[in-house]
Design a protein around this ligand. Sequence first.
Ligand code: GDP
Ligand code: MG
Length: 314
Amino acid sequence: MSLFESTQEGHKSGFVALIGRPNVGKSTLINKLIGKKIAITSPVAQTTRNRLRAILTTEKAQLIFVDTPGIHKPHHLLGERLVESSRKVIGEVDCILFIVEGCQEPGKGDLFILRLLQNQNLPVIIILNKWDLVQEDQYETRIKEYRDLVRNNNWPTFCCSALAGNGCDELIKHITNFLPVGPCFYPSNVMSDQPEKILLAELVREQVLLHTKEEVPHSVAVKIDRIEEVPIKKKKGSDTNRTAVLATVFVERKSQKGILIGKGGSMLKTIGCGARLQMQKLINGPVYLELFVKVVTDWRSKPARLAELGYEKI
Ligand code: GDP
Ligand code: MG
């Protein structure tokens, strides 16, 4: 369905931003709502770097979710760009999902975001995520703490576990109610606005975050150098294609390169293997992946490098 095709009466469409502190589960929730892994997730805070749009087309509506980097106090140029980009998103959407960690009481970071949102005249749904970690006898107290904060705004609260996917269908209905009437902006089979190259690069970065500790994660950027379809011969003579992906992993220091490559290349192999499996799910076919590691000192503070890696100034 395209923008120009007639849509059924009462069809809704709109943009929905997921806003919240780093690590509250924004990317996990997007993947659950869409039903496919589009955004990478990680136990390491501040890992979402791109403003990713994930698209869900239902019978009655098209919901375009905008994943954002978490809002936090920036420490370097990359951090500043990420926060800037999250704040800008607030002014560009029809509805906001304000995600908090339901398993903790509201903190300073949540209040900072709350005030940003209260200055806008937009519908907001507060999502108390990680509800699986809340003890049953805490349910009421927690909900009350957050409800009290937004009493004047009358924003609905919603408890869910993005990890388990509980309550997603209900949440989708809820969001749809807030959206304006309008046609689809994207064809119904499209799930993301990011080019394949970015999605694939993110899958490599996700594995780096998963397998390395402390000093490495935030210093890593991934660039896909080439994607090629190469034929593979099958036994019975029926040829099929395999996608060959060549990627470079950038780090800031030589020591980090050493960690990433690991003893006899073992770490790079683990990262490559994990990323390849995820890529195969995304692409729906066999993938051959080759990774290179390159040191670029302080790339996070160099505007030209940031732009090359897709972190453009907005
Ligand atoms: P983001 O920074 O807000 O995008 O957070 P992520 O989606 O990357 O999630 C951060 C961490 O929280 C990851 O380790 C997730 O697996 C975990 N997480 C997300 N949602 C839930 C949830 O509902 N329950 C639990 N227990 N963990 C969650
Ligand atoms: Mg994220």
